[in-house]
Write a protein that binds this ligand. Sequence first.
Ligand code: SF4
Length: 359
Amino acid sequence: MSKLQKADIKFVQEELLKWFEKNQRSLPWREKYEPYQVWISEIMLQQTQVKTVLPYFDCWMKALPMIQSIAEVKEDKVLKLWEGLGYYSRARNIQKASKQIMEQHGGDFPSDYDDILALPGVGRYTAGAISSIAFNQNQPLVDGNVIRVLSRLFFYTKNTRLPEADKQMWEWASAVLPKGKARNFNQALMEFGALQCTPAATDCRPCPLKSRCKAYENDMVDQLPDRGPKKVSKNIKVAIAVIKKGDKVFIQKRPATGLMAGLWEFPGGKIEKGESAIKALHREVKEEVGISISNVRPIKKIKHAYTSFKVDLHCFAADHEEGEVQLKSASDGRWVELSDLEKYPFPAANVQLIGDLLR
Ligand code: SF4
């Protein structure tokens, strides 16, 4: 890769800052740049679009206005506020980090870069984002939007998922950062990637950087960045049951570690190859909670795409037939009224089913 020219760097800095001044979206965490708000917004925005995050951010700040509130509240409440956002380890890490901030920093969000990086759930990108956006410190950052803008602008044609590409992107992000203007510049770079230098159907005509953009010059905008071979996401079939006993239904809590840890769910499990959904349901319920069910009837099928896999959820209603609940893998379980289901945090696909049940 050729070294960046000083004149190009200056041009990109000035144009992006001007562009940001005119085009930045008005977002709640940009009002005062409070470190607590910037931190929560950055964690919520990982793998998630701004328009999805906005209502979650609003509810979160109303329920937990201070770091101390998160440290003191029960995990279920934190997960409930996160319900539907996915990657639930992010929410659990926020709570762990809050406790660390209370113990080590007296409840004030730390301003030192290494202290920020030492918080659970904070990696190099997030530390760079908080440090630059909340404290205007000269720290670069690289996310998907930044990779797209830099690889097009400076013509990185190799696979950007490889470690050597990561190294190059961080070098460029650092080289283009104007000292003393990190808050606006880093946000400009990301906002530009989200609104102007978009992943698909990029309209380069109004772009203020096009006179220096190598991808534009070489007519390769649509081909960059190269993200390597496409990952095929797995499709799994699952059967679950809303089991009724009297006027209550049974729910259980997933273990404290692993996929969707700490969330509540209806019992059930994977349908094996060649097995019917109903047969899988009887088997899974017996294995998971040690009870027998009867009067099994289908409610609906839900298709849901999680980030790394897709699920076909076969949902059934059933009656409790016999046996006392014995939890095999769940960390908790209880019989609850239908109207109380909304108090518990569930995975996104279960939330759809609960909505139907309550209607
Ligand atoms: S010219 Fe097109 S590809 Fe290049 S930076 Fe501008 S919007 Fe992105």
